[in-house]
Each structure stands twice: as structure tokens, then as C-alpha cells.
Design a protein around this ligand. Structure first.
Ligand SMILES: Nc1nc2c(c(=O)[nH]1)N[C@H]1C(S)=C(S)[C@@H](COP(=O)(O)O)O[C@H]1N2
Ligand SMILES: [Mo]
Length: 303
């Protein structure tokens, strides 16, 4: 049985502030020992969030051996094997564009900005499979506020790290690299949009987008860009890799919508990893609180 291992990791029961202080010490110790951000490093002082769906959590194995990460191969089992030695530390993220304080951050600097939260989200891939994962991070808005977006900033563009030599399979993936994606600024500032560093109590493994990725739970999985190297605030709508690759199949928004089918997959239902039966897919993947972001928009047109 692949589902239901949520009890394998433990929550911290102490206050966010003490947790926060302890984690700063923990990060300092990790950096001093040179072991910072090895995949699988246990994250200390993670606060349990109210963002938690009730469904059974998928196993660590499900979530870390059935991956889409085309830089490391196009078959689901390949990223776990081919990204094994991907070097994710040290790592910097450049935040630039229409903001008052553009700068580069190390991942350690970013992780110190706010308490780390565990959020158990539904995750729905456009290929009609889904999973329930305990991600660890905090709202992207926390980071964006640091650089003070200007009035010109209407969108956020994301770019994945790319080095062909470290990612030889990317030559055969059939999509352009670096992988890019974007959000409207108000989507990016929504508290559900999670800047993610870990899962199942540990640092992300490379195949899941170490050391820093997005999880946008009301959108199809491809919007949850991995291994981010650059974030740019801008006035124009950013390019989206899957829209560039197959424009008639993928749009900019890609909100989970059971009423609009993909040309190759029905979006009305989904199969949870580890299960055989199909479940109905929910509008916005069940995250109704984002509906207001799209009021007045025809979501059959703006796919
Ligand atoms: N850089 C990059 N990010 C990516 C992808 C990718 O190929 N490259 N695949 C996307 C797709 S299609 C999905 S479904 C999710 C998968 O995330 P997971 O492997 O953590 O489940 O990552 C998304 N982010
Ligand atoms: Mo996907």
C-alpha cells in the first residue's frame, strides 16, 4: 500500500517564534559544518500550517520516484536517478526587474526570512494523476515583499537553473530550456502560492526541484517550477515553457478546471498515485479561495 505514511514524520508543537530562533541556529550550524542543503537533511522547527487537506498523504516513495523534471529525462522514473548528483548547494536566486531593491539571495538567506511551514496540499498534474504531499516553505509573497515591487510590476517570471553539461538528457527532451514559467503578480502574492524548500520533514531531493521551487496548488503541476535561479518582476506576461512548446495545449493560467479538457487528457477526473479508482477533479483543485483572482474572466478562453 503506497498511501498513508503521514505519521512517519513529526510536527513541532512549540511556538512559531521559538521555532524561528532555533531554526536560525540550526541553519548557522548546518552552514558551518558544510552540510547545508544536502538532499534529505532533516529540517528543524517546522510549524504545522492550517493549510492541510484531509486526504491521506502519499508516500515519500510515490512523490520522489514518479517525477516530471525534463532537464533530467522525460520518463517519470528518470529524474530520481539522473538528478542524483545534481549540485544544489551553494545556490543563489537573483530577484530583479521592476522592484526597488533587486538583489541576489542565497537560499540560506531566503530560508531565514520567515518560519518554515508544513502545508499538506493537493497536487494535480495535467496528465490526470494527483498526489497529496506535505511540502515545507512559506508564502512567496514573503520574498517578493523584500525587494519591494514597483507599480510597473504586473507579473512574476520564474526561470530554472540550466546547464546542459549537468543535464545531458535535456538535449532529447523536446522542449526549450531553461524552463520558464510565470504568474500574475496578484496570483504570486496569494498566500497559497508556496515557495518550497522541503517535503516530508526534509530538504527537497533534487528530483523534486531542490533547493527551491514553487508549489501553486490550484494550477496544473507544470506551473510549479523547480530549481529556481531567477525571479523577475515585469510589466509584460512572461513566457511559459509548455505554452512555447505546444501553444494549442497550454496557456498561461492553467488553473485546474474539470470543465475544460486538455486535447489529450480529460480533466474531469484524476487518479491519485497509489490508487486505481478515479476521483472527480475539483475546480481550482479544491482551492476555492482563489476564485476571486479570476472574477469576470472566461476560464474557457484563458486556459
Ligand atoms: N524546471 C522544471 N520544473 C518543472 C518541470 C520540469 O520539467 N522542469 N515539470 C513540471 C511538471 S509537468 C510537474 S507535474 C511538476 C512535478 O513535480 P514533482 O516531480 O515534485 O511531483 O513539476 C513541474 N516543474
Ligand atoms: Mo505535470
Amino acid at each position: 500500500m503506497l498511501i498513508g505514511k503521514a505519521s512517519e514524520y513529526r510536527y513541532s508543537e512549540i511556538t512559531p517564534q521559538s521555532v524561528f530562533l532555533r531554526r536560525r541556529e540550526f541553519l548557522a550550524a548546518m552552514m558551518a559544518s558544510g552540510s547545508a542543503f544536502a538532499a534529505g537533511t532533516k529540517l528543524e522547527g517546522v510549524v504545522k500550517s492550517n493549510y492541510k487537506v484531509d486526504d491521506a498523504v502519499n508516500s515519500y516513495k510515490d512523490a520522489t520516484t514518479y517525477n516530471n523534471f525534463y532537464e533530467f529525462g522525460t520518463q517519470k522514473e528518470l529524474p530520481a536517478i539522473q538528478a542524483r548528483n545534481f549540485k544544489t548547494s551553494p545556490w543563489t536566486v537573483s530577484i530583479e526587474g521592476d522592484c526597488a531593491k533587486p538583489r541576489k539571495f542565497s537560499v540560506e538567506e531566503i530560508m531565514k526570512l520567515a518560519p518554515l511551514e508544513e502545508r499538506v496540499y493537493r497536487f494535480r498534474c495535467v496528465e490526470a494523476w494527483s498526489m497529496i504531499v506535505p511540502w515545507i516553505g512559506f508564502s512567496l509573497s514573503t520574498l517578493l515583499k523584500q525587494v519591494e515591487p514597483t507599480a510597473k510590476a504586473k507579473f512574476v517570471a520564474f526561470e530554472t537553473y540550466y546547464n546542459r553539461k549537468e543535464m545531458p538528457s535535456s538535449n532529447y527532451a523536446g522542449i526549450p530550456f531553461p524552463y520558464v514559467d510565470g504568474l500574475r503578480l496578484d496570483e504570486a502574492m496569494h498566500p497559497l502560492a508556496l515557495l518550497t524548500f522541503g517535503m516530508y520533514g526534509e530538504m527537497l531531493p533534487p528530483q523534486n526541484g531542490a533547493p527551491i521551487r514553487m508549489i501553486v496548488p490550484w494550477k496544473y503541476g507544470f506551473k510549479s517550477i523547480k530549481s529556481i535561479a531567477k525571479i523577475k518582476l515585469q510589466s509584460s506576461m512572461p513566457p511559459v515553457t509548455w505554452n512555447l512548446a505546444i501553444p494549442h495545449e497550454y496557456g498561461f493560467y492553467s488553473n485546474v478546471n474539470p470543465r475544460v479538457d486538455h486535447p489529450r487528457w480529460s480533466q474531469g477526473s484524476e487518479r491519485r498515485l497509489g490508487e486505481f479508482r478515479k476521483r472527480p477533479t475539483l475546480m481550482f483543485n479544491g482551492y476555492d479561495e482563489v476564485a476571486g483572482l479570476y472574477s469576470g474572466m472566461d476560464l474557457k478562453k484563458f486556459i
